[in-house]
Design a protein around this ligand. Structure first.
Ligand code: SF4
Ligand code: SF4
Length: 284
């Protein structure tokens, strides 16, 4: 089972929920930080990192002596990462998405495979929880290629279903978030009941609902703001699987990097219910 914990905007408590959910899972589980631009799940799970490797994307390298300026590569590239200006071939490695199309269509073999470093892939353990994380290289603009490498590692490690997988998705509803949610069996959408929270929640819900996966909501900081999130969920038949109250000792636990159900045991039943709701929704 793959669960994506997502949110319309940063700062809603998505990673807090991911950490507590992993800590309260009742089966072998892997917690995966796919928020590669700003990973912080490790700050809560404090894993022992046992392996780190670099991740790369394949990009074209041009041999100008072999290029006949036919233009096939530039015509094919949808990302303008390769261009022909007159007879001059230009490549823009940072804009390349690594599809390999230009290399495949080049009739002269002028394009060969080079690589660009995307960042790091780390793995380790936090108690019984397997931990995985991607960390984007400073200056690298694209998250999804590194996220795909992390997902490939994780999905192949547990393809025998030996562990359920909880993905801490990047915030928002753009490509990186969709990249995280697209493979999940179930989406947990974390929001806070404020006007800003509701605005971004609605966008995320609309983006993710096209996948037609089971989706439920965790309302963090319940008790502040207004009822717009609740009204929207009622209107669209979206279940609210958990509410985390807005209380000082929960915020203090979060600020010290604690798993909130360990620091505030009264929250354990909340996460028990959340876990059950997720499992029931996937098995329904
Ligand atoms: S590999 Fe794909 S994205 Fe990169 S330059 Fe070639 S066609 Fe464009
Ligand atoms: S497809 Fe090959 S030969 Fe044609 S312009 Fe591109 S690099 Fe040159």
């Amino acid at each position: 089972m793959i669960i994506a914990v997502a949110s319309g905007k940063g700062g809603t408590g998505k990673t807090t929920v991911t950490a507590a959910l992993a800590a309260n899972w009742n089966a072998p589980v892997a917690a995966v930080d796919l928020d590669v631009e700003e990973p912080n799940l490790h700050l809560f799970l404090h894993p022992a990192i046992t392996g780190t490797e670099k991740g790369y994307i394949e990009i074209p390298k041009a041999d100008e002596g072999m290029c006949t300026s036919c233009g096939a590569c530039a015509e094919l590239c949808q990302f303008k990462a390769i261009a022909l200006i007159g007879d001059t071939l230009l490549t823009f490695p940072d804009m390349c998405h690594g599809c390999g199309g230009c290399i495949a269509v080049c009739p002269t073999g002028a394009l060969t495979v080079d690589s660009r470093e995307l960042g790091e892939l780390c793995h380790g353990t936090s108690g019984n929880i397997a931990f995985h994380m991607g960390r984007l290289r400073i200056g690298e603009a694209m998250c999804p290629p590194l996220m795909k490498l992390v997902k490939h590692d994780v999905f192949s490690a547990y393809e025998d279903d030996s562990r359920d997988i909880i993905l801490d998705s990047p915030p928002g509803a753009s490509c990186p978030a969709v990249c995280a949610v697209s493979d999940a069996d179930c989406v947990v959408l974390v929001t806070e009941p404020t006007p800003f929270g509701f605005y971004d929640f609605k966008i995320a819900y609309e983006a993710f609902s096209v996948f037609e996966k089971p989706m439920g909501v965790v309302v963090n900081k319940a008790g502040i703001g207004d009822r717009q999130v609740y009204d929207f969920c009622a209107e669209h038949n979206i279940p609210i699987w958990a509410e985390i109250p807005f209380e000082r000792h929960i915020a203090e636990a979060y600020s010290t990097g604690a798993v909130i159900t360990q620091a505030v045991p009264t929250l354990q039943p909340v996460f028990e219910t959340l876990r059950q709701s997720i499992q029931e929704s996937v098995h329904a």
